[in-house]
Design a protein around this ligand. Sequence first.
Ligand SMILES: [Zn+2]
Length: 144
Amino acid sequence: MLRIGQSHYDALRQHGQESYPHECCGVLLGRVDDQGVRVVTSLVRCGNTRTDSPQNRYNIDPKELVRIQREGREREEDIIGFYHSHPDHPAHWSQTDLAEAHWLGCSYVITSVDQGTPVSTHSFALTGSEEGDKQLIAEDIEVI
Ligand SMILES: [Zn+2]
């Protein structure tokens, strides 16, 4: 399960609205509690480096990701998930999303943006023990 504050939840949906008709993307920082709940404590907007097809692909610059991870650790926050938007497509992961998801144990949050308006937001946990058996499994989002 993913637990996220209302302001962070609104902010990631807003990012999808602003980026439309392109995909937005960003990183969720926080911690995993005793029950295995991923708790978001901050959110970092990233630029989408996929200039070839930004309307249906996203990519975060690996150097930017390393910097976000380092700065997070200085605040005792870990990368616990990622978010992106699906302009005019449902808030469900694509085969490409699964292929390009590599952070086992993290949440992947997707917001569908219909004609510029954020509609639904769903989260999927990347489970499995390695690349070969990884899966994206729907999980609850608790907005607090
Ligand atoms: Zn996607």
